[in-house]
Design a protein around this ligand. Structure first.
Ligand SMILES: [Zn+2]
Length: 262
């Protein structure tokens, strides 16, 4: 070997002052030249410190505020990371949900005849979030998901639950503003659970957006059919119907639980 690392170059290299191209050529030379390698001081403390700095930088990207909140609430790190990377967790979807709920509340306050609009729409919002949230076109962590041990149905459940939770919290904030008794104001909650779990069950046979569309369509058809039969659009939100939604949500959730843990 005719060329060796000069003392100046070695000093600059050790101080971390070389541009990447020159640093890499020094690396390459050190790799093949025992003489120059012997000139690199071996300090265990320095090596350990720089490795730890590197490790901290590569392995622990700074978590977002929402992710830190979830983790302080006891959500495991990998679940929190995937939840906060859910596209529906971004501002646009939340803003759309808030706008839809606000519009429905204002309409119902304008005329009680519009109350069913809020009750029928609230279960559609999490479905829309789930439908819009999946697939390579929209998902920034799609490649990561394809390689994660938490793949497939279990992952869909985790992220759908996150989407549902956000929609339920927002609707729960809006519901007390409705001109209706508390029981009726909350009549969207069990339908939300039932339609979301129905969508998840269908998604083992159909693409996720088609499942969401089917579950949402069934729900709206059911509301319209019950209203048409009895002449009262609130029929689908009465106590008997609520019992049905509760049972359906429970049974479908159990089915999903066994499917995922099978
Ligand atoms: Zn050399």
């Amino acid at each position: 070997m005719s060329w060796h690392i000069t003392a100046d170059l070695m000093d600059a290299y050790l101080a971390g002052g070389l541009d990447p191209a020159r640093a890499m050529s020094v690396d390459a030379h050190l790799d093949g030249c025992p003489d120059c390698r012997a000139a690199v001081p071996y300090e265990e403390g320095w090596l350990r410190d720089s490795w730890q700095r590197l490790e901290a930088e590569v392995l622990s990207p700074r978590p977002s505020p929402l992710e830190r909140l979830l983790r302080s609430g006891g959500v495991p790190e990998h679940v929190a990371r995937l939840l906060t990377a859910t596209p529906t967790m971004n501002g646009a979807w939340v803003a759309a949900v808030v706008a839809a709920l606000a519009f429905a509340v204002l309409a119902a306050r304008e005329s009680a005849a519009y109350l069913p609009v809020f009750l029928a729409a609230a279960p559609i919002l999490p479905l829309a979030g789930i439908a819009l949230a999946y697939g390579p076109r929209v998902d920034p962590v799609h490649e990561l998901l394809a390689a994660t041990p938490l793949s497939g149905a279990r992952l869909l459940l985790v992220r759908a639950a996150g989407t549902l939770a956000v929609a339920v919290v927002l609707a729960a904030v809006a519901a007390p503003l409705l001109p209706a008794p508390a029981g009726l104001s909350a009549a969207w909650l069990l339908p939300s659970l039932a339609t979301t779990s129905c969508c998840l069950l269908l998604s083992s046979r159909l693409p996720v957006p088609a499942s969401a569309l089917a579950a949402g369509g069934l729900w709206l058809l059911g509301v319209a059919a019950a209203g048409g039969l009895t002449g009262d659009l609130l029929t689908a939100f009465g106590p008997a119907a609520q019992l049905g939604y509760g049972c359906a949500a429970l049974l479908i959730s159990l089915r999903l639980y066994y499917k995922v843990n099978a």
